[in-house]
Design a protein around this ligand. Structure first.
Ligand code: ADP
Ligand code: MG
Length: 340
């Protein structure tokens, strides 16, 4: 009798996994830009056509990939960022799972051009849905360019799940805005269908990146925050109580440089502003949390958008205290009272 239980082949495994890591074009952009940041890029160019469904190109001036490593970079669980389980306790890079390139290459036509400082020429590899089609030496600047075309063409079920062009583009812009604000030392240039969407100066000032994304008015309504607690520093900007939003969409949190979603952190903001804002309104915030790597677990979700803190109470106390101090002494009028 034939065995009923079989190991899936790697192309099927990669297609299934791609559903988790790169469920939409914005996730591709996030993964590729994070790789550029991990490669110490100082400048990252993101070019999108048709909301990323047709074409995504990310160009960086980072350290590039060694010629002998380029093909391995596209294998599942292949990473240069960790090598043993203990490394998970002290992650300093944005990536470490070694899944993104393997997933993206399985569901798209992908070209990579990469060159390191000590190589005379660059290398260009072209893949079609996971299969290597060509590998050539090319002239290239130091760094890496990755082009992703026709995403999900070989996974029609997934393609059907993509939202409207507008919604997919908003999602890409949102991710780039967040990353650009979280990495103000890097110059970001982002275009969609040839139109300039964002350009940050890369001058290392978070306020400059906030201005590039949100404009001068938001920038000038902000108050600086800087507070240190054992094992953790919170810094960045929060809005004065005369500038607020009707949703939490302008609340940014970066944990060791990683943009994260966190109800716990948003709730801290809510509490800190309780008596300062009208009911149902939300403060804006751009907060860096630099925390000892062993006090946070980033490996709880494939997309790493959520993290788990070892000691939520102490972090929450630190954040609230920092906000309290930053707001103290500022002219916070009018003052709203929540009804008892
Ligand atoms: P991870 O980021 O988790 O290591 P990826 O699949 O995203 O996994 O990338 C695999 C490897 O390819 C990385 O560990 C890195 O060594 C290399 N790499 C990917 N993108 C770049 C880039 N833009 N510049 C330099 N190296 C890169
Ligand atoms: Mg990566």
């Amino acid at each position: 009798m034939n065995n009923k239980i079989k190991l899936l082949d790697s192309s099927t495994i990669n297609k299934i996994a791609a559903g988790e890591v790169v469920e939409r074009p914005a996730a591709v952009v996030k993964e590729l830009v994070e790789n550029s940041l991990d490669a110490s890029a100082g400048r990252i160019i993101v070019e999108i056509v048709n909301s990323g469904k047709e074409y995504i190109r990310i160009t960086d001036d980072g350290h590039g990939i060694d010629p002998q490593d380029v093909e391995s970079a596209f294998l599942r669980h292949a990473t240069s960022k960790i090598s043993e389980v203990e490394d998970l306790e002290k992650i300093n890079s944005l990536g470490f799972r070694g899944e993104a390139l393997a997933s993206i290459v399985a569901v798209s036509k992908l070209d990579i051009i990469t060159k390191t400082a000590y190589c005379q020429t660059g290398l260009k590899l072209s893949y079609e849905f996971g299969r290597l089609k060509s590998k050539d030496e090319v002239a290239a600047a130091e760094g890496t360019t990755i082009i992703v075309k026709d995403i999900f063409q070989n996974v029609p079920a997934r393609k059907k799940f993509l939202k409207s062009d507008r919604a997919e583009l908003v999602s890409i812009s949102d991710i780039i805005d967040k990353i650009a604000i979280g990495h103000s030392n890097v110059k970001f240039e982002y275009t969609s269908n040839g139109k300039r969407m964002l350009s940050t100066p890369g001058d290392g000032k978070m306020l400059s990146a906030i201005r590039a994304v949100h404009g001068k008015d938001v920038m000038s309504s902000l108050i600086e925050l800087e507070h240190e607690c054992p094992g953790c520093t919170v810094s960045g900007y929060i809005s004065s109580n005369s500038a607020y939003r009707s949703s939490r969409s302008c609340q940014y949190f970066f944990v060791n440089g990683r943009s994260v979603r966190s109800d716990m952190l948003s709730d801290c903001i809510q509490t800190a502003y309780r008596e300062l804002l009208p009911i149902g309104k939300h403060a804006m915030c751009f907060i860096n949390i630099d925390i000892r790597p062993d006090m946070v677990d980033v490996n709880i979700h494939p997309t790493k958008l959520e993290v788990k803190f070892t000691n939520e109470e102490s972090l929450s106390a630190c954040l609230k205290e920092g906000i309290g101090r930053a707001l103290k002494g500022k002219e916070l009028i009018p003052k709203y009272k929540t009804p008892a």
